[in-house]
Design a binder for this molecule. Structure first.
Ligand SMILES: C[S@@+](CC[C@H](N)C(=O)[O-])C[C@H]1O[C@@H](n2cnc3c(N)ncnc32)[C@H](O)[C@@H]1O
Length: 219
């Protein structure tokens, strides 16, 4: 999607993707990665997700990247967190004790900024891209994740012709085809979540699967 699409969504607060709770798959599977305290964790396309609080509660240092200034400011102000502002090239940097958010385009985020991460977490980032941009995103993510680093990826899959994304459907076959060049991929769980998603029920989407994968960057 073009940046203007997302800027408008945040301006109008049309942010149905934002959850008012921590993602249950994150809580269930993050411990599976076995990351020690003080690890740096990268959250691409982070929005103002409360999942970053969960990661901070695990005593990780969170590095997020988000295009929208509204989202980044809301993350700190909604949660009464005092932050400092600075700048690195194309990105504004908003930092608090355990969370640093790089506000700007992930496609221009310098890979030095994520060179010390020990984990990453992609929820509603891969599936935010239409097919033609998704491969470019995978390439960028792979450049930002150092060798042997693992993370969780959460996707949705449904018959794409029944609904206009985002979120876009990403099938296990797509993951197998486009991610295995960069990552080893392990499917941890796939659940039918149609009943919990009224937009999909309303549009008569016949099925909706949410999957969580463990990805490990190949050397
Ligand atoms: C579907 S939302 C998911 C947000 C978050 N991961 C969550 O779970 O709530 C996708 C987010 O990606 C951001 N985004 C879109 N394009 C981006 C880009 N090129 N660089 C950084 N962030 C981007 C949007 O502003 C939006 O907040």
């Amino acid at each position: 999607m073009e940046p203007s699409f997302w800027h408008e969504k945040w301006q109008l607060q049309q942010i149905g993707f934002h959850l008012n709770q921590v993602n249950p798959f994150l809580v269930k599977y993050w411990p599976h990665l076995g990351l020690p305290e003080n690890s740096e964790v990268f959250v691409p396309l982070c929005g103002k997700s409360l999942d970053m609080f969960y990661l901070a509660e695990q005593r990780h240092t969170v590095l997020g990247c988000e295009l929208s200034l509204v989202a980044v400011k809301d993350f700190f102000t909604d949660n009464d967190i005092v932050y400092q502002e600075s700048r690195i090239n194309d990105h504004a940097v908003f930092s608090a004790e355990q969370v640093t958010l790089y506000q700007g385009d992930i496609f221009t985020l310098p890979s030095q900024l994520t060179s010390s991460i020990s984990g990453f977490y992609d929820r509603a980032a891969l599936i935010a891209w239409p097919e033609e941009m998704r491969q470019q995103y995978v390439h960028t993510l792979a450049a930002l994740v150092p060798a042997d680093v693992s993370g969780l990826l959460i996707t949705l899959d449904y018959p794409q012709e029944t609904l206009k994304g985002p979120p876009f459907a990403v099938s296990p076959t797509w993951i197998e085809t486009y991610l295995t060049a960069y990552f080893t991929v392990e499917l941890l769980e796939c659940a039918d979540v149609l009943a919990d998603n009224s937009r999909f029920v309303y549009k008569q989407v016949p099925w909706l699967n949410e999957a969580v994968y463990k990805l490990t960057r190949k050397s």
